[in-house]
Design a protein around this ligand. Structure first.
Ligand code: T5A
Length: 210
């Protein structure tokens, strides 16, 4: 596949969506074709699964394994329908979360056996792997505050988890980045939008276009 896959990761409210929009504009300004998508979601079925997963009314109704299967099903749809075709056309795909989210949230924070996480990853994505993953690292309390402000005080099903849960998410991301230094770049999510934008832009240019 001749295109490139860039993923953004990080805990709630860390600024992924904001940065993805700006990076896409930057890349389009360089004459590149860009596809923006997100997980869970990005397809008809994926967006329906997203609604199921996020609805606070479903709190207590979705077991960890069901949650894992739903995220994996949404991912399988997204890979086949959107990501692979775009990469085959030579385009740049920017995805808001990808399989690292499952490893961190379901594997580490929900303590699901990591061999099960790996098996489902293989089924949903095969050997596909991001060319670059940008991790926006942010203190969980600050992130949840931002997410709550953005959504007029309403937190979705996962955002309503405990602070301990999000501390474990943050640490798991940092550990993952240490284990794959070539793929990951960690950026301080406390920096201003403009400062992060500059780091994201220079990282993408250095790592993917030089
Ligand atoms: N999940 C997902 C799993 O458990 N397993 C999986 O496999 C997958 C794929 C997804 C949820 O699903 C879970 C993780 C999540 O809980 P989501 O709605 O996509 O749900 O949630 P998030 O990915 O966390 O997205 P958010 O929209 O909450 O956060 P973003 O996109 O990281 O942040 P953004 O850009 O929307 O910014 C949030 C607010 O902060 C401001 C923005 O203006 C906005 O108001 N902001 C900043 N403020 C100050 N300084 C900065 N640098 C700022 N950058 C942005």
């Amino acid at each position: 596949m001749s295109g490139q896959l860039i993923t953004f990761e990080g805990s709630e409210g860390c600024g992924k969506t904001t940065q993805i929009t700006m990076l896409a504009q930057r890349l389009e300004g360089m004459g590149k074709k860009v596809v923006i998508t997100r997980e869970p979601g990005g397809t008809l079925i994926g967006e329906k699964i997203r609604t199921l997963l996020q609805d606070p009314a479903n709190t207590g109704e979705i077991t960890p394994i069901t949650e894992l299967l739903l995220f994996s099903a949404a991912r399988a749809e997204l890979v086949e329908q959107i990501i692979k075709p775009a990469l085959e056309r030579g385009e740049i795909v920017i995805c808001d979360r990808f399989f690292d989210s499952t490893f961190v949230y379901q594997g580490i924070a929900r303590s699901i056996d990591l061999s099960v996480i790996d098996q489902l990853k293989a089924i949903a994505v095969g050997s596909l792997k991001p060319d670059l993953t940008l991790l926006l690292d942010l203190d969980p309390e600050a992130g949840i505050k931002r997410a709550g402000e953005r959504q007029s005080g309403t937190l979705d099903r996962i955002e309503a988890e405990s602070l301990e849960f999000f501390k474990s998410v943050r640490q798991a991301y940092l550990d993952l980045a240490v284990s794959e230094p070539d793929r990951f770049t960690v950026i301080d999510g406390e920096l201003s939008v403009e400062a992060i934008e500059a780091i994201v832009g220079s990282t993408v240019e250095d790592k993917l276009f030089n």
